[in-house]
Ligand binder design. Structure first.
Ligand code: CA
Length: 232
């Protein structure tokens, strides 16, 4: 499967020429003209890498970065104008992986894209537990991506963590309190209502029939467990 790149850039000539070059290099590319639609695209397209212009309408590149970093480790390369030096530093602090100053040559940008992808691919193969699987659910830890069958499912942070903890403890019943402590801040006040609501949301995302869950089983009076491979 070719790597997927989300390009968020409001200047059409730049967006067009970058998208064209990336596609001719074999990447699968989606383009968003502003930060808000970029955020939607990020959640539905689940890119392997994001090229992000800093000055964007509707939602700035920095705000975009801030939101995405709460949900994902996807590599981000920023495109910055010279006058945006301060923003560039903030961007790197917010978790962008690299930046390319404007004006840039396509060749330079492609080299950065390849370098960043190589780094993340390397990190992935270093991590033997990079993915977890139960039946048709595949959880890719390094990309923070969940697929159910062929479908990519976007999970907000807490739901992702909940699924991750359940899947890491396959075959084990987790008490409600234990699950809560693992997913929320250890100091947070244990709240079974919050946990149950998140379990319900998670089921709506990954179960084909959320009212009769195959994967996330309720263990009455105790807590939850994820189904073992033989059960699904
Ligand atoms: Ca711009």
């Amino acid at each position: 499967m070719s790597d997927r790149i989300l390009l968020i850039e409001d200047e059409t000539p730049i967006a067009d020429s970058v998208a064209y070059s990336l596609k001719s290099e074999g990447f699968s590319v989606e383009v968003s003209p502003d930060g808000l639609s970029g955020l939607t695209q990020f959640r539905t397209f689940a890119p392997d890498l994001i090229i992000l212009d800093l000055m964007l309408p509707k939602l700035s590149g920095l705000d975009f970065c801030r939101i995405v970093r709460k949900e994902s480790n996807v590599p981000i390369i920023m495109l910055t104008a010279k006058t945006e030096e301060v923003d560039r530093i903030v961007g790197l602090e917010l978790g962008a992986d690299d930046y390319v100053p404007k004006p840039f040559s396509i060749r330079e940008l492609l080299a950065r894209v390849r370098a960043v992808l190589r780094r993340t691919e390397g990190a992935k193969s270093d991590d033997l537990r990079a993915s977890l699987q139960v039946g048709g659910i595949l959880l890719d830890l390094s990309r923070r991506r969940v697929t159910v069958g062929e479908k990519i499912v976007h999970l907000p942070l807490k739901q992702f963590e909940l699924l991750r903890v359940l899947m890491m403890n396959k075959g084990r019943v987790m008490t409600r309190e234990e699950l809560f402590k693992r997913v929320w801040d250890a100091d947070a006040t244990y709240d079974t209502g919050t946990l149950d609501v998140h379990i319900r949301w998670l089921r709506e995302k990954v179960e084909s029939d959320p009212s009769n869950p195959q994967y996330i089983r309720t263990v009455r009076g105790v807590g939850y467990r994820i189904a073992s491979d033989g059960e699904v």
